[in-house]
Design a protein around this ligand. Structure first.
Ligand code: NAD
Length: 362
């Protein structure tokens, strides 16, 4: 018997590629329940991954199943209700992003987790990345001098284009979802992992593609109306202290050869060009004027070697460590709330064409 019993809520694309196949690889854990409002999906997951129980919703799960940690990987619009139910039941929670539609609702979740004395992890997982932690280690030792600017590109061609899925992707383009909360959240988590909380933000956004056609999977060929929410965003962040970032994000870049991330300092640059799940070492450019040396290198890891990632289910390792050691998880909910504040203020910026000042921190 594994030590930790996991329930997965939402048996769609992401659960099938990242959570369900990797739970046993990431921790001394097993999946004891699969939950989906489309029951066949939960049943299919049980058959495929040898899971004992399936349920139609979170309430049936709570009432009938003995589990320790829930992973909420349902559609974005369902997260708040699911998360509140799990926390109220006194269970530890990993929430897919964004955990709530507003800062106030996420604060409600954070306070409930504290009251129930359970751990609460919010993904994405970028602060656990090998390449980002190598970069942070060498930056902390001054490798690129004063790091003042990060440029991050987190885009793809859209969930109907980029990912093979058996579930209907229409919900990605409906209010409450959209490219900002689905993709922008990654870029915002990355740049705030590097420079910390932002103080001020600005943004431009457009609907580039008002109609789309599903390109693979069970809904191949289905036409989608995708004109309700922008699908391409250019976000600028001011961290104070001379530091800033640009996040270029959306569902409108079918392909790109741009590095997903570059960090610039007065003595050099760190460039991320390889898929991060392969645990690459980023390219580093260093300028040493006193020795008349400048150039690109692949640095060796220093004395501190970050942990490599196996899968995006690494969030399970994070929450289990937090439970076992009674510490804060790396993927903490206060960081998620800061990112959520940024995302919630963007519609207001688009309307007023004025930058917004941020109130939350982490
Ligand atoms: N790299 C990443 O971090 C990444 C990538 C893709 C998706 N995601 C996130 O994962 C989550 C799911 O996305 P997906 O691509 O798997 O979508 P999906 O549509 O393939 O799957 C979502 C599943 O949730 C189920 N569901 C909806 N409401 C529910 C409810 N109330 N209770 C139980 N089940 C419910 C749906 O029936 C569906 O099977 C989203 O939050 C999305 O943003 C993250």
């Amino acid at each position: 018997m594994a030590k930790w019993k996991i329930a997965v809520i939402g048996c769609g694309f992401f659960s099938n590629v990242q959570y369900l196949p990797n739970i046993t690889k990431e921790a001394d854990a097993e999946c004891v329940a699969a939950v989906d409002i489309i029951e066949e999906r939960a049943i299919e997951a049980c058959e495929k991954y040898n899971i004992e129980n399936h349920y139609k919703n979170v309430y049936e799960l709570i009432e009938n199943c003995d589990f320790d940690i829930a992973i909420d990987a349902a559609s974005i619009q369902a997260h708040h209700e699911i998360n509140m139910a799990i926390l109220k039941a006194g269970k530890h929670l990993i929430s897919q992003k964004p955990a709530a539609p507003s800062v106030e609702m996420l604060t409600e979740q954070i306070e409930l987790a504290k009251k129930m004395n359970v751990k609460f992890v919010c993904v994405p997982i970028h602060p656990m990345r090998y390449d980002i932690n190598i970069a942070k280690n060498i930056m902390s030792k001054g490798a690129i001098g004063n790091a003042y600017y990060a440029r991050c590109n987190m885009s793809h061609g859209g969930p109907e284009y980029f990912q093979y899925r058996d579930a209907d992707p229409s919900w990605f383009f409906e209010p409450g979802a959209g490219a900002l909360v689905d993709m922008g959240v990654h870029g915002l988590q990355i740049v705030t992992s590097i420079f910390g909380p932002a103080k001020k933000i600005n943004c431009m956004a457009k609907v580039t593609t008002p109609e789309r056609t599903v390109r693979s999977g069970a809904y191949d060929g289905k036409g989608l109306k995708t004109d309700k929410i922008p699908d391409q965003y250019v976000i600028t962040l001011d961290f104070g202290d001379g530091k800033m970032a640009l996040v270029d994000t959306g569902f409108s870049q079918k392909a790109s050869k741009a590095p997903s991330l570059e960090i610039f300092g007065d003595k050099g640059t760190i460039s991320f060009t390889e898929p991060y799940m392969e645990n690459p070492i980023p390219d580093v450019y260093i300028d040493i004027p006193e020795q008349d040396v400048r150039g690109w290198m692949k640095p060796m890891t220093g004395a501190e070697v970050p942990e490599k990632m196996i899968s995006q289910c690494c969030c399970l390792k994070d929450i289990i460590r937090a439970i076992e050691n009674d510490t804060e998880p790396v993927l903490n909910a206060e960081h998620a709330r800061h990112i959520l504040e940024i995302m919630c203020k963007i519609p207001e910026i688009l309307e007023t064409e004025k930058p917004a000042v941020l109130e939350t921190t982490f």
